[in-house]
Design a protein around this ligand. Structure first.
Ligand code: PBG
Length: 325
């Protein structure tokens, strides 16, 4: 107790502060989400996410050179397809030579050291923008959606994805994907479940990027409600029982308590998705001169890590060196 104890002793100068600091997550813990479009030599900036763009695969390969050099651990690949590819059942999502499947192949060939994750969800492939197949009342039908998600996951594994990440929030999606992957000879594909994924208001910029906004309604019928913590936690518990290899909490910053609880209740690695809205609000604030960009980014990532995230899916990843070093 004061005056014997003086906590300021530990932080009197930079050297001391560094000595007593906890490690900031290294670049190998980061997964960069990328948006692939068709064609060649195409780059379309995402207005709502400065610093991020939709890219054709050749452009992505070029942009990846310095990012890979900085030591980033992995990529999360999203496909953004033309409207003509979209349908009621999202059938394009599992085409052997589809956009994501081709991108996975090329990235693996060029950068074998990167861990490749793919997002498995139908919202960017359905005309209505929902994450699954609709029944006649307009509700997402759980079990018929599972069959499509399973085909999509197998096609990604076939293309070479190390890990598939189902984000549709259908019940039983982990069991369905595991069965399909094992049945098709992909027994080592890592299943990263978007296990506790909330119906969040922080996905807005992403939906511009992925062109995946639901035409009608919202996603509250399948994504977890932030008004019920127990149900949200049970989503991760069930996915672990179904055989997930990695659990995830998404978004990250409003849900640090959830990250800590999922981590405390499981021995599985826990990922946190630092989502588009969390990224863009920091950039918007810094852009108005209301805060220091690098400082805010660093502080928020440190919080996610401290809460218990083992890996961080974040749009800061492609600027790791500039922002965090
Ligand atoms: C697909 C999906 C979404 C995100 C990741 N996968 C959007 C959504 O559920 O509407 C959001 C990621 C972000 O905001 O950065 N279902």
């Amino acid at each position: 107790m004061y005056p014997i104890t003086r906590l300021r002793r530990y932080r009197k100068n930079e050297g001391l502060r560094k000595m007593f600091s906890q490690p900031f997550p290294g670049p190998e813990k980061f997964i960069w989400p990328v948006f692939i479009i068709e064609g060649r030599n195409r780059e379309v900036p995402i207005i709502a996410m400065p610093g991020q763009s939709r890219m054709s695969v050749d452009v992505l390969l070029k942009k990846l050179a310095p990012v890979v050099k900085s030591g980033i651990g992995g990529l999360m690949i999203f496909g953004v397809v033309e409207d003509s590819r979209k349908s009621l059942d999202g059938g394009y999502s599992f085409k052997k030579d589809g956009l994501v499947q081709k991108a996975v192949k090329e990235v693996r060939k060029t950068y074998p050291e990167l861990v490749i994750f793919t997002d498995v969800c139908l919202c960017a492939y359905t005309k209505h923008g929902h994450c699954g197949i609709l029944d006649k009342d307009g509700d997402v039908e759980n079990d018929s959606t599972l069959a499509v998600l399973a085909k999509m996951a197998v096609s990604h594994a076939e293309a070479g994805a190390h890990s598939v990440a189902p984000s549709a929030m259908m019940d039983g999606q982990i069991s369905a994907l595991r069965r399909a992957l094992s049945g098709n000879g992909f027994k080592d594909t890592i299943l990263m479940s978007y296990s506790t994924k909330f119906a969040s208001f922080f996905y807005g910029p992403f939906r511009e990027a992925a062109d995946s906004k639901p035409g009608k309604g919202d996603r509250k019928g399948y994504q977890a409600s932030f008004d019920n913590l127990n149900l949200a936690l049970r989503e991760s518990v069930e996915d672990e029982k179904e055989g997930a290899d990695i659990l995830m909490v998404k978004p990250a910053l409003c849900y640090l308590d959830v990250i800590s609880k999922v981590k405390a209740n499981s021995l599985l690695p826990v990922a946190a998705y630092n989502v588009s809205g969390e990224y863009s609000m920091i950039i918007a604030s810094a852009g108005r001169g209301w805060g220091d960009l690098n400082g805010m980014a660093r502080e928020s990532v440190m919080a996610i890590s401290r809460a218990g995230a083992d890996m961080i899916i974040s749009y800061w990843a492609n600027r790791y060196e500039e922002i965090f070093n």
